[in-house]
Design a binder for this molecule. Structure first.
Ligand SMILES: Nc1ncnc2c1ncn2[C@@H]1O[C@H](COP(=O)(O)OP(=O)(O)OP(=O)(O)O)[C@@H](O)[C@H]1O
Ligand SMILES: [Mg+2]
Length: 321
């Protein structure tokens, strides 16, 4: 077996150049301009998982530093480095030597910055200041609102978005061609539904499904992703609308057991499917969505998921009675 046969696809298909990073055109354009000038401020990348934050940071480093980029790039994770003290020591060691090559700074990529407490972020801010001469920071987080203002104001902030459908489709086609897989419109639809614009999730599901069959089908994808087919959830909701509580309850239980779903997974799917209900007016849909929020909150807080789901279905019946 060749090394690329066993490679994990999220690495195998990680973009190596700016034009391969999909769906973040504005961000890529601005960042490319920094690289051209061989100068850049600290950056803050905010956005959901699997949309290209780490990828873009790596492209920046490769383009800026060329061959020896490894020596000038340090990747740290704020949540698994046991706090800010470890980060400070590592930054200090790394920043002590000059960058190799013609770019006057090194890059430190710090992932999951929103995992740092406010105090730790203050310490990080001071660290950033101390090493501005020799280092640029690229901070990454899911929610920029969790990053303290003094850090935000020291960075150019970039907000990454989930990849839109066209870009997800392009990536599916590209990988399918390279791996000699066949797909169809329904399978692609399902891949988009399940990935929700998260490219890592997309590629992982494609790889798992390719390990089973060369033909990627809708059913295979839902079974791999341990998600219910939207049709099944749709049926549960239809039963509620018609006032058939026990039918809805049995169908939901069936679906959950079949696919091995947890309460929190289904509740997300239920919430999405509410909008696809026909013959239910918008006001009722809003009430139903509101109830999903309540139930989800209680589940996150640890209450019994089956009781919450049953209560949710009964509320759906009442709302539509
Ligand atoms: N914009 C994109 N264009 C093309 N491929 C992408 C894009 N974003 C992500 N990918 C694919 O998904 C994989 C994971 O992406 P990446 O590591 O950049 O995610 P991230 O935004 O850093 O997520 P996290 O917040 O979980 O760290 C990449 O290796 C690449 O294969
Ligand atoms: Mg990342």
């Amino acid at each position: 077996m060749k090394p690329e046969d066993i490679a994990i696809w999220t690495e195998k298909y990680r973009p190596k150049d700016f034009d391969e990073v999909k769906g973040q055109d504005e961000i890529v354009k601005r960042v490319e301009a920094f690289v051209k000038k061989k100068n850049m401020p600290h950056l803050l990348f905010a956005g959901p998982a699997g949309v290209g934050k780490t990828t873009l940071a790596l492209v920046i480093a490769k383009k800026l530093f060329g061959e020896g980029w490894h020596n000038n790039f340090l990747e740290l994770n704020a949540s698994d480095e046991r706090g800010i003290d470890v980060i400070r020591v590592k930054v200090k060691d790394f920043a002590r030597t000059r960058a190799i090559g013609d770019v006057p700074f090194k890059i430190i990529y710090l992932d999951e910055c929103d995992a740092l407490t406010k105090d730790a972020q203050q310490a990080l801010r001071r660290t950033m200041e101390n090493y501005t001469q020799t280092c640029r920071f690229i901070l990454s987080c899911n929610y920029s609102s969790k990053i303290i203002d003094p850090i935000q104001s020291r960075c150019s902030v970039f907000r990454f978005k989930p990849l839109p459908k066209e870009d997800i489709n392009k990536i599916i086609d590209h990988i399918a061609k390279a791996e000699k897989l066949t797909t169809d419109t329904k399978a692609k639809e399902a891949l988009y539904e399940i990935s929700q614009g998260d490219c890592r999730r997309l590629e992982n599901i494609m790889q798992s499904s390719a390990a089973i069959k060369n033909k990627i089908s809708e059913d295979l994808i839902y079974s791999i992703a341990s998600a219910a087919h939207p049709k099944e959830i749709g049926e549960v909701l239809q039963k509620c609308v018609k006032g058939d509580f026990s039918g809805a309850k049995n169908k939901l239980l069936d679906t959950m057991l079949n696919h091995g779903l947890a309460g929190l997974d289904v509740i997300k799917q239920i919430q999405q499917e509410i909008w696809h209900l026909e013959k239910v007016d918008n006001k009722k849909k809003l009430e139903m969505v509101k109830e999903c929020g309540e139930a989800e909150f209680r589940m996150v807080e640890g209450s019994d998921e089956f009781i919450q789901l049953e209560a949710l279905l009964s509320k759906f019946v009442l709302i539509n009675s």
